[in-house]
Design a protein around this ligand. Structure first.
Ligand code: ES4
Ligand code: ZN
Length: 336
């Protein structure tokens, strides 16, 4: 990364980062000890070490399901508001080192409430870290509550209603849809997303990673989203590519994640050139930096090494990232 001074200094917006996916080995050890919650990967006579945990977190992961199982096991160390504060603050400070000026943080609300953590504890902890990042680092941020599509729709609706006061206060900016994609088409959540929009929520959904381009079309048509998380398999339909370009839909592409989970064999196989040529807006993101081998700058560098983009092309990506951020015009002008 030291060989890319231009990319290093480039002001970046990150839109697709799961806070649970920023639980690094040192954080896992610290929170496991603090809360007296044994890490599920350990046996009593063989407590996990920094090295063994780091190896466990490292890509490749054999499948999305294998990754999600590990990810779910690890997040049990998160119990209190201060744990979520520490997690979000650690990520935001690390992102700042990559010249991230704005970050939109996803949280799997249901994963935490299902194991007895109050929604407001998780949100309040993240809010504290966000305020500190704004004050001390000048990094703006937003919180995105993701519904898990492999849980019942009624569960998502209940979670949305519980989150309503946090949407009203601005502690939550919007909602998303994540977890296992294939077999769980977005359209099932149309009612939830319609109610979210009525509550003033911004909306996004994971689509076109674990399933095909038709899930991207379904998310755009039936959820009304102006943003798609991943979306790379939209490239399989020329008609959809044209439609996304015309609508100005932002795709939050996650290069190292896509390689780590086998969505593509290598970064050079991503439709980066295709999207640039077609005028499809996209940002570059880390998804789950503790698991996929890198933070945001690592993802930028991987794209540069695969595609050798020009300064002008990076300008196009940077402007789309700012334009597609969930901030007001004043903040956008500051970042431009
Ligand atoms: C995720 Cl890579 C990925 N896919 C779906 N859901 C997720 N949650 C965190 N990372
Ligand atoms: Zn994701």
């Amino acid at each position: 990364t030291t060989h890319h001074p231009f990319l290093s200094a480039f002001p970046k917006c990150e839109h697709h980062i799961h806070l649970e996916g920023a639980l690094t080995a040192p954080l896992l050890l610290a929170l496991s000890a603090k809360n007296n919650i044994p890490l599920p990967s350990s046996s009593p006579d063989q407590p996990p070490t920094l090295d063994s945990l780091t190896a466990l977190l490292s890509p490749p992961h054999s499948s999305l399901q294998a990754f999600l199982t590990l990810y779910e096991a690890h997040q049990t160390v998160l119990r209190t508001a201060s744990d979520f504060d520490l997690l979000a603050w650690t990520y935001l400070r690390r992102a700042h080192a990559d010249h991230v000026v704005h970050a939109e943080l996803s949280l799997d609300a249901q994963a935490h409430t299902a194991r007895g953590v109050a929604l407001s504890a998780a949100i309040d902890g993240v809010s504290a870290a966000r305020r500190r990042a704004e004050a001390e680092l000048g990094v703006s941020s937003r919180l995105v509550l993701c519904f898990q599509r492999d849980r019942p729709v009624a569960d998502a609706l209940r979670t949305l209603r519980e989150a309503a006061p946090h949407l009203a206060s601005g502690a939550v900016a919007g909602v998303g849809l994540d977890s296992c994609e294939a077999g769980f088409p977005p359209g099932a959540f149309a009612g939830v997303f319609a109610e979210a929009a009525r509550l003033g929520a911004r909306t996004t959904a994971h689509a076109g990673e674990g399933a095909g381009w038709d899930y991207v079309r379904d998310a755009v048509e039936r959820l009304g989203v102006a943003r798609i998380d991943h979306g790379v398999r939209a490239a399989e339909s020329a008609e959809l590519v044209a439609r996304l370009a015309a609508a100005g839909t932002l795709l939050t592409v996650c290069p190292l994640s896509n390689v780590s989970l086998g969505c593509v064999a290598a970064v050079r196989e991503l439709p980066v050139r295709r999207f640039l040529d077609a005028g499809v807006r996209f940002s570059i993101n880390s998804d789950d930096p503790a698991y996929f081998g890198g933070y945001l700058l690592d993802n930028y560098v991987a794209v540069q090494e695969a595609f050798g983009l020009s300064v002008g092309e990076w300008g196009v990506i940077g402007r789309a990232s700012i334009e597609g951020s969930w901030v007001d015009g004043g903040r956008k002008r500051e970042m431009l």
